[in-house]
Design a binder for this molecule. Sequence first.
Ligand code: 2P0
Length: 321
Amino acid sequence: MARTARAYTNIALIKYWGKKDKALKLPWTSSLSLTLDKFYTDTKSTIIDNDHDVVYLNDELLDDSSSLRIRNYLDVVRKMYGFNDHLQINSTNHVPLSAGFASSASGFAALAASVNETMNLNLSNKEISILARNGSGSATRSIYGGFVEWIAGNSNETSFAEPIDENPDIDIVLLSVVISEAEKSISSTKGMELSVKTSPFYSNWSTLVASEIIKIKQAIANKDLQQIGEIAEHNALSMHALTLSAQPPYTYFAPETIRIIQIVKTLRQQGFLAYVTIDAGPNVKIICSKQSVKAVKDYLDKNVQNVSTFEAHIGKGIQYF
Ligand code: 2P0
């Protein structure tokens, strides 16, 4: 009996923003993330005697349109590994929409690991990472725990994640500040494409990312949380500059997003360790220390209405049970 695979979500500290190959999801730049402990997806795959795949999400059977992305992905996997069997996928998402994280990273990482189990593909973690990337870029990194680098590469075989430090002794806490649970107005896939094609700053993005990856890896090695936060915040805001400078311009920020950025800056001036990072949506994730997180949370609870906060810590790589 194949085991269930569990993959955790991750937050990019150096963002992936743009593909050089859409089908293979090869990114223009490397990226670097922290795997989180709270939010994960459990997936089990079973071979079925059927001419199409069947997908259950949170115990509900998905209709053809909702399961299309997963079924297309399974077609890719069948082609890559030369099998014809169809599968029943049972996936449970413990990534509540309300927590402000996308579920595609943990979702496709768990699915790749689960298919590897069920089909006895005997893949290494590097190969599972490649398989996960074919489902969603950010899933590439969710194979490992702790700090993880996705090496951009230039082919299916050379674009995969590597662990930097799976059990870092660093005092980092991530506080997710949820402003809105609404579906984003422009998907990250579309947003990236627009930034790559039209932002006059996109040509500088790869130079910036290359230097920030070197710097943040040094900061991780030095266990320098302040330096990690500074680099991550700069990288995130630079990514968002690629949205505002696209044609037509777009932004994921809501008015409250800016407000939280300003509050975090004020808290920093008051001596608290706090830096923002923001993905393709309005919600803000605050990089805190174990010492600063309570003060940051209390300040937000008192001063900002209609937002909720979720705390996450360093998470593990793929687990099986
Ligand atoms: C990241 N994001 O590095 C970046 C930062 C959002 C902002 O990866 O098209 O769902 O499936 O490869 O991975 C979100 O995009 O996009 C993302 P696809 P994905 O985490």
